[in-house]
Design a protein around this ligand. Structure first.
Ligand code: HEM
Length: 438
């Protein structure tokens, strides 16, 4: 049990930040709005709420479930996108789904993914190299970084969800989901999401409800993916529609988050060539003559791991998460009534100078040299994948993809920021570069 989880306890719970974090959260958002000129909205709408005084503070600081759902979650497009899967389930249903799905992320399954993810990335980079060569080679080639990572992340999440036997059917389903994502971007009309331009039937979101044949073709659990796992005998109470919802959730939770991580990592490496050189040198040392790292190489890529962590700290794709009190509880000296929902502002915690020191705003992967729990003044200050029982189930997969993809890019290219790049981080469900990342 970690400090951010709420439980029925008479002991005071010490979170890694005090309630004073909220004004700091807001000044953080304002600071980014002013500095980058981006439309960086507080998660719950354009009028952020300020904590003033007790007992009003409880009302203001802790956003109630009703308010939260009214403002964001209940939007039909968001519900369609997220699916009624793990992210949105609770109680026994959540526990059953989580137990059934966990084996999908077993190390053996991740091992199988390493090669296919590496090959897909290598194929994409081959095309980029060909374009650069056609341009004369010397000046390089300008690409939108997010687009570079679309196919690889889609392949990884499709293989994880549908496994070997239903991969092609799964691909078709996820193409619909991509259209839905574009539709959402259009509907919200706030931000440009690289790679998601909606050209379909305006005003009508596509339906994502088809599932490849139940049972997925058999052949054993390894490499068969989430859809197959959920049809095992242990999953007797799971319906087809449960599985469809869970697939949607996987796509939503697993694809764009990873693209965003890869996009920000690439941007930061382009801004900090000295870290590019260090990561490249490490790759040469660890992988030797091999073009791409093997699964066994990945843990030895320490510098790359530090770079990925520092990116997740400064630009966490998921900017916040929510916890609801199961019972009346005391938190940071406040009595939190049962049912209250608490916003955990991941991004603001990650930028807090009180936790990370005076260089909190600086890109400094070296702070992770002794591991994530020793990088800040509080062992839980680093939480890009959340914390506790509801922590991200796809964390291992996301880090694997990130290391493989960045390794493939660094082995082949030097990265520079284009003169067309405008640094404007913004939030639309996740953290994006508002004008893309050329
Ligand atoms: C950089 C990539 C990713 C980031 C930053 C990220 C972040 C998160 C965060 C913050 C949560 C909420 C955790 C909490 O409230 O404590 C979460 C949950 C979740 N994530 Fe991820 N995620 C990533 C990749 C993935 C991938 C690749 C998958 C699946 C293929 C995935 C599937 C899920 C699911 C199913 C949940 C809900 C877990 C539950 O409630 O039991 N995520 N993620």
């Amino acid at each position: 049990m970690v400090s951010l989880m709420l439980a029925a306890s008479s002991k005071p719970i010490t979170p890694p930040f005090s309630h004073n974090i909220l004004p700091r959260v807001l000044s953080f958002y304002n600071h980014w709005n002013k500095t980058y000129g981006s439309t960086f909205l507080f998660w719950f709408g354009p009028t952020p709420r300020l904590a003033v005084a007790d007992p009003e503070l409880i009302r203001e600081i802790f956003i109630t479930k009703a308010e939260f759902f009214d403002r964001y979650e209940s939007h039909p497009i968001i519900r369609q996108l997220e699916g009624e899967g793990l992210v949105n389930l609770s109680g026994h249903q959540w526990a059953l789904h989580r137990k059934l799905i966990s084996p999908v992320f077993h190390i053996d399954n991740l091992k199988m993914l390493t090669a296919s993810v590496g090959e897909t990335m290598a194929g994409i980079l081959e095309k980029v190299a060909a374009t650069a060569a056609a341009n004369g080679g010397e000046g390089g080639v300008e690409v939108d970084v997010a687009e570079l990572y679309h196919s690889m992340t889609e392949e990884a999440v499709t293989r994880t969800t549908f496994g070997r036997s239903s991969f092609d059917d799964g691909k078709a389903v996820f193409q619909l989901q991509t259209k839905l994502m574009a539709f959402a971007a259009e509907a919200f009309n706030r931000v440009f999401i690289p790679g998601y331009s909606w050209t379909g039937n305006k005003g009508k979101a596509p339906e994502v409800g088809q599932l490849p044949e139940r049972g997925g073709g058999g052949g054993g659990g390894r490499g068969q993916g989430l859809a197959w796992q959920m049809t095992s005998p242990a999953a007797a109470r799971i319906t087809n529609s449960d599985i469809v919802e869970e697939c949607k959730t996987f796509f939503f939770a697993g694809k764009q988050t990873t693209i965003n991580l890869l996009t920000w990592t690439t941007v930061l490496l382009a801004m900090h060539p000295e870290w590019q050189d260090r990561a490249r040198e490490e790759l040469r040392r660890v992988c030797g003559a091999r073009d791409l790292p093997s699964m066994a190489d990945l843990p030895n890529l320490k510098t790359l791991g530090m770079i990925v962590n520092e990116t997740l700290r400064l630009y966490p794709p998921a900017v916040a998460t929510i916890r609801r009190a199961k019972a009346d509880v005391e938190l940071g000296g406040y009595c939190v009534p049962r049912g209250t929902e608490i916003l955990v502002p991941i991004i603001a915690v990650h930028h807090d100078a009180g936790l990370w020191g005076p260089d909190a705003e600086r890109f400094n992967p070296a702070r992770f040299a002794y591991g994530a729990s020793r990088a800040a003044r509080h062992p839980n200050a680093f939480m890009p994948f959340g914390l506790g029982e509801r922590t991200c189930i796809g964390r291992g997969l996301a880090v694997l993809e990130a290391k493989m993809a960045i390794a493939a890019v660094l082995r082949r290219f030097k990265i520079r920021v284009s003169s067309n790049y405008v640094h404007a981080p913004t939030v639309l469900m996740m953290l994006y570069p508002q004008y893309g990342a050329p």
